[in-house]
Design a protein around this ligand. Structure first.
Ligand code: TRP
Length: 339
């Protein structure tokens, strides 16, 4: 299919959301955003900023507001194209919250209680185990099912949530009549995972307490170079990829390879004979070179506040058309009177 070919019967629909809980990292780019740009070339895509999900953790209103704008503007800067993809903010389409209620009534307490992310997050923040945190997977199911997508690219940590969305969809379809497409997970074209620079056995995360472990997409050049300088490496002195023996160096090789477009093998060759310090410096430099144009584009977009709001508004209107079509079917099927 070419870049501009119109949607046809065979066009598949892809949907995914990104939470604005923190500032995005190069891990988000390498694991998710890069793939979103690929899907956009041949699929009908729905992309959104999942701001309602971020309310399940303690977050300052001003921080949520800023992060939501940042995630939206950064995705635009990377090349999410609102003319091709429906790109919006979750809370701008109230059907997400409305469908959640209906799906709540079709989800068993026991099913939701089994979600490992709920258990992990409850343990991590025992002072705020709110009902929204418990309901998170049902809101995510609503996000998905409103748009009838064929594929949902999610990371490993979200597989269980996709599974419960499928279960709810099947249950609903069986109880009433076919209403929802039962979505499938999608194996990303680019599957690389990025680990924390301070603990290469843990995932690089936008909500990590230790800010030295993550390279944020809006970090300055100095911050980036400093974080790479301090990155945890392994014993020995050779730059070779070996996930078990050398998780630190392997992680740096992954980052270098993804952002330079060279293969890991090529990178190993390029740095054979280099010291760890030289290698870390080169990776830092590559990351800076990669991020600079994106950061410039981001800064340009942020200055055009009206343009940004109009894109969000159009995206929400476009999304709402599909979402309300599904929602009104659902309301009718469960027996709610039409207005
Ligand atoms: N929970 C997802 C995450 O943290 C974000 C998300 C919200 C999402 N709704 C979604 C992803 C719907 C895919 C589909 O990564």
């Amino acid at each position: 299919m070419t870049e501009n070919s119109p949607a046809t019967e065979n066009t598949k629909t892809v949907l995914t959301g990104l939470q604005p809980t923190g500032v995005l990292t190069i891990g988000n780019y390498i694991g998710a955003i890069r793939n979103m740009l690929e899907y956009q070339k041949e699929h009908k895509c729905y992309y959104f900023v999942a701001d309602l999900h971020s309310l399940t953790v303690d977050i300052e209103p001003a921080v949520l507001r800023k992060n939501t704008l940042d995630v939206y503007a950064l995705l635009l800067a990377f090349g999410v194209n609102p003319e091709k993809s429906t790109f919006f903010v979750q809370s701008h389409v109230s059907a997400h919250a409305e469908l959640t209620w209906i799906l709540n009534c079709h989800t068993q307490f026991g099913e939701a209680k089994r979600m490992t992310q709920f258990k992990d997050k409850s343990k991590k923040s025992p002072q705020n185990v709110n009902v929204g945190l418990f309901d998170y997977p049902v809101l995510m199911a609503a996000d998905i099912l409103l748009y009838q997508p064929d594929y949902v690219p999610v990371g490993k940590d979200q597989n269980q949530h996709l599974e419960i969305a499928r279960t709810i969809a099947e249950r609903f379809n069986n109880k009433y009549s076919p209403t929802f497409t039962v979505p499938e997970g999608i194996n990303p074209k680019y599957g690389a995972k990025v680990a924390s620079l301070s603990d290469p056995t843990a995932k690089m995360s936008k909500s990590d307490e230790n800010k030295n472990g993550s390279i944020f997409l809006l970090d300055t050049k100095d911050e980036i170079m400093r974080k790479f300088k301090r990155a945890v490496t392994d014993s020995g002195n050779e730059i070779v990829y070996n996930q078990t023996e050398k998780p630190g160096i392997s992680n740096l090789l992954t980052i270098y390879s993804c952002l330079s477009g060279k293969s890991v093998k090529e990178a190993e060759k390029e740095f054979s004979g280099s010291s760890y310090a030289q290698f870390k410096d080169a990776v830092g430099q590559t990351v800076c070179d990669f991020l600079l144009p994106v950061q410039q584009e981001y800064a340009r977009i942020c200055k055009e506040k009206d343009y940004l709001s109009s894109l969000m508004r159009n995206g929400a209107e476009e999304a709402a058309r599909t979402a309300y079509r599904t929602l009104s079917k659902v309301y009718r099927k469960v027996g709610l009177l039409s207005r």
